[in-house]
Design a protein around this ligand. Structure first.
Ligand code: NAD
Ligand code: MG
Length: 382
């Protein structure tokens, strides 16, 4: 029996992870669950999975906790992530919180010696060196949940001591893959939220449309697999069947394929190194028929260029990109800026905030705050 705590249990990844627990009740037992504000779904999950602890980062009064859930210890507010990640014993901690809020949970879990299953990408983007150092210190590899990184991780099983010479990082291209630049600029919220292949939370869906998601994923590859930006090739593959590939010195390329269903990479991290059933459709290559590949376009999607520039700049550049993108993405979802404004605000923050350090968590949070301030200041002037 594997015990698992899930930070961000009410989200797209969190609920799918719980569906896998439900499918394999003899394999997994839930020990802690946290959510931000969706208390009704959290209560339902506590009732179904009976964890020792549950938390809401947006606090509610004690009196709102239903009578029948009193067996569970509820932690409200800022402490919820830390208690779930580090105080409650668990074999695995799945961090599926969205945004830089995940960094704290990841660090708390690693510092407590826990095996981390990493769905949250912003933690690696902002605190990559701290997170990978902490994982190395405890001798437990970070198990990626992001589908591309899970694919790469799967392709590297048994490869050591060979290192890949290149990573082929696939991207669906999102809903605006074939759109003209001017049309992308004025895309609506509804259009941005219509992802062709994946059903995900709102923030990452908008990031997929702007391709800031791929920018964050290039940074994830940097930290998870120690690759330099020049050795990471983004490959736009609209069918989302090849989830990424690795190329070795002899020219061999290994890829992982499957239907676009996050339960596969979530399960792989949860049961690693075993594989369990997921309930997902088997891949029917005859039905898929054709797989196509094209280069990413850094002119229509400047995020692809900005990712490489930020990695090369080092320091807190990736944190600035991430913080500005989180703030601009949220502003777009609130209807305050046009879609094209997201990229312009991130560029403004990167232009303004150069050379910031990212040596400590305090440096990282400071850079994140400054990036959000630049965005807040510029929104009215777009
Ligand atoms: P989501 O918006 O559906 O869920 C986010 C979860 O985090 C919710 O449980 C929410 O309550 C919690 N949360 C939100 N803000 C929080 C805060 N400030 N503090 C603490 N908890 C907070 O998001 P998602 O789509 O499940 O994505 C989660 C993470 O996984 C993201 O980093 C995303 O990039 C990554 N990811 C998601 C997918 C996917 O298919 N959804 C794929 C790859 C990677
Ligand atoms: Mg991904």
């Amino acid at each position: 029996m594997t015990t698992i705590s899930i930070l961000g249990s009410t989200g797209s990844i969190g609920t799918q992870a719980l569906s896998l627990v439900k499918l394999h009740p003899d394999r997994f037992q839930v020990t802690a669950l946290t959510a931000h504000s969706n208390k009704d779904l959290l209560f339902e999950q506590v009732r179904a999975f009976r964890p020792q602890m549950a938390g809401l980062t947006q606090p509610i009064p004690e009196s709102e906790i239903p009578e029948d859930l009193r067996f569970c210890r509820f932690v409200m507010g800022h402490d919820a992530l830390r208690v779930a990640a580090a105080e409650i014993p668990a074999d695995e901690v799945l961090v599926s919180v969205v945004g830089i809020a995940g960094l704290e949970g990841v660090m708390a879990a690693l510092n407590a010696g826990r095996q981390v299953l990493l769905a949250n990408k912003e933690a690696l983007v902002t605190g990559g060196h701290l997170v990978t150092d902490a994982a190395r210190r405890i001798g437990k590899p970070l198990l990626p949940v992001d589908s591309e990184h899970s694919a790469i991780f799967q392709c590297l099983q048994g490869a050591a001591p060979n290192k890949p010479r290149r990573i082929l990082l696939t991207a669906s291209g999102g809903p605006f893959r074939t759109w003209k630049r001017e049309d992308i600029e004025n895309a609506t919220r509804e259009q941005a939220l219509k992802h062709p292949n994946w059903s995900m939370g709102a923030k990452i869906t908008v990031d997929s449309a702007s391709m800031f998601n791929k920018a964050l994923e290039i940074m994830e590859v940097r930290w998870l697999f120690g690759m330099q930006p020049r050795d990471i090739q983004v490959v736009v593959h609209p069918q989302s069947i090849v989830h990424s590939a690795v190329e070795f010195d002899d020219g061999a390329v290994l890829a992982q394929l499957g239907v676009p269903d996050m339960r596969v990479p979530i399960q792989y991290a949860m049961a690693y190194p075993e594989r369990l059933t997921t309930g997902c459709e088997p891949l029917d290559l005859f039905k898929v028929g054709t797989l196509t590949f094209e280069p990413g376009d850094p002119v229509r999607f400047p995020a692809l260029r900005l990712a490489v520039e930020c990695l090369e700049a080092g320091g807190a550049a990736c944190t600035v990109l991430n913080g500005a993108n989180e703030a601009a993405n949220a502003a777009f979802l609130r209807g305050e800026i046009p879609f094209g404004g997201i990229t312009r605000l991130v560029e403004a923050a990167l232009d303004r905030l150069t050379g910031l350090p990212a040596d400590t968590l305090a440096d990282i949070y400071a850079a994140d705050r400054m990036a959000r301030e630049v965005v807040a200041e510029r929104i009215g002037r777009l």
